[in-house]
Design a protein around this ligand. Sequence first.
Ligand SMILES: [Zn+2]
Length: 238
Amino acid sequence: MENVDILTIAAHPDDIELTCAGTLIKMVDRGYSVGILDLTQGEMGTRGTPEIRAKEAEAAAAVIGARFRERMNLGDSRLTTSIENRIALAEKIRMAKPKTVILPYWEGRHPDHYTAATLGYEACYAAGLKQLPAGGEIHRPKKIVYASMYWEVRPSFTVDISPWFDRKLEAIKCFSSQFSGDLRDVTELYPAWGRLIDRITTQCKYFGHLMGVDYAEPFVVKEVMAVDDIVTLPVVSV
Ligand SMILES: [Zn+2]
């Protein structure tokens, strides 16, 4: 694992594609390095197998242009914020030394998703503790941003991904085992491909329209953001 500018951490392979892949691709194009950590192997998924999902995850990482994608094995659908998990993740954070960490939003339907948010935060903090019984040099990432895709969650900021939207879809498409299926046999939990694309497109358009662009991805920060220059403040009010 090499040092990266941005480390994105999520519960399952395909989580980051659905929430923030457009932003990651944009950042790679800007010259930043990106690493991906999946906390579980997605072994509880109704569709596909861990082996298939591993191949799909690698293909998606290549579309994104990530420097690495590592899949930990902390237990799909039984992810916990145990001290062991915190130390294991802190060690990875020390190895990658990210400046910015992207975590999933801290509320959600799937327990793994909000658990990943808490575990990720606690591991970022722990990675900076000198006495932590873990390998690697101490490192505490300065910035944590939470990737959301919930209509009801007002983002702290949105990232214009309009020119990168097609590549986001391409990354999602790598996970064909998860999203293919009979269009007539769909449920909210396991959307068929066409329905999923429709949903993602609508979400990114919605958040894009909040900032006056075609497509955007939303993020939340817990802290107040400091602004140095209100003349160049990137906001369009009227
Ligand atoms: Zn997930």
